[in-house]
Design a protein around this ligand. Structure first.
Ligand code: HEC
Ligand code: HEC
Length: 234
């Protein structure tokens, strides 16, 4: 077993060597954030603000991808990168795919010459093309719609993987929800909400692990999930 694992690792290493290009490796995502986020919102789906300085990057990417003319679809990624590298260094009204109204609203993008190198831009543009992908976006929206349609307790337990540590009736690496319900009873809902938000340690004998805090859950979600845990005691 050990030997097999070793050969797999070795094979990967050798393959890795054969592939390696003399080109420098860039962390394209980090570059996009450090070089472009001051003006473009980078979220997918994007957030828009009333006083935003530039269109969200997802909109930019979809837009350029749609409007750019290419004879051969396999050229699309390369052409997209070429366009973005050139545009970020030498923007102009003629090159822009933005409609006139948006150009007036936002103003022309200032050249990023001196802020970012052509090689960095190449990496950023490749990442933009792959990350802001229409199919990926559709899947993301479907997943969000699916989660939004679930009862709150189910969405929370799924997103936070509560059942990765807790069993319903049986202890796993954390006490079973049924046992927690029995100890606290209906009157304990507030206490449970507090523990879920802030985490917990040392309250349950025999469990060495600490319960991590879930600070990003709002009161409605906490209340729903605590009520659901208490139902497991019945
Ligand atoms: C100082 C603000 C600012 C920064 C920083 C900035 N942009 Fe822009 N960008 C804009 C504005 C404003 C527009 C919309 C007007 C236009 O198209 O020129 C825009 C538009 C674009 C477009 C769309 C052009 C088109 O034809 O629709 C691309 C591509 C683009 N930016 C890429 C980048 C990349 C990549 C970076 C980071 C390296 C970046 N921008 C950083 C302000 C900025
Ligand atoms: C990484 C493992 C882990 C995950 C994930 C986890 N828990 Fe826990 N949980 C624990 C452990 C361990 C304890 C026991 C802590 C202690 O002894 O105080 C615990 C305790 C609890 C308690 C009882 C706290 C108390 O005050 O007695 C509740 C309620 C609880 N978890 C709910 C949840 C919910 C809801 C989720 C998902 C949002 C969750 N847990 C996710 C490990 C986990």
């Amino acid at each position: 077993m050990k030997f097999r694992l070793f050969s797999v690792v070795l094979a990967l290493l050798i393959a890795g060597c054969g592939d390696s290009k003399p080109k420098r490796h860039y962390d394209a995502k980090a570059l996009l954030h450090s070089k472009c986020e001051s003006c473009h919102n980078l979220d997918m789906p994007p957030k828009t603000y009333p006083d935003e300085k530039a269109p969200p990057m997802m909109a930019v990417t979809f837009h350029v991808r749609d409007f750019m003319k290419v004879d051969n679809p396999s050229e699309k990624r390369r052409k997209f990168i070429e366009f973005v590298v050139d545009y970020a260094l030498n923007p102009s009204e003629e090159k822009s795919f933005c409609d006139k109204k948006s150009l007036e609203d936002y103003g022309l993008m200032p050249s990023q010459k001196g802020e970012v190198t052509p090689e960095e831009l190449e990496a950023i543009a490749g990442y933009m093309y792959d990350h802001y992908d229409p199919e990926k976006f559709m899947k993301l929206m479907q997943e969000q719609a699916r989660l939004a349609a679930l009862p709150a307790w189910q969405r929370v337990t799924e997103q936070k993987n509560c059942l990765g540590c807790h069993g319903l009736k049986e202890d796993k690496i954390a006490p079973a929800f049924a046992r927690i319900a029995k100890r606290y009873g209906e009157a304990g809902k507030e206490a449970l909400m507090k523990s879920i938000r802030n985490g917990s340690r040392g309250k349950w004998e025999g469990f060495k692990l600490a319960m991590p805090p879930f600070k990003d859950l709002d009161d409605d979600d906490l209340s729903a999930v605590a009520a659901w845990i208490l139902e497991q005691g019945r």
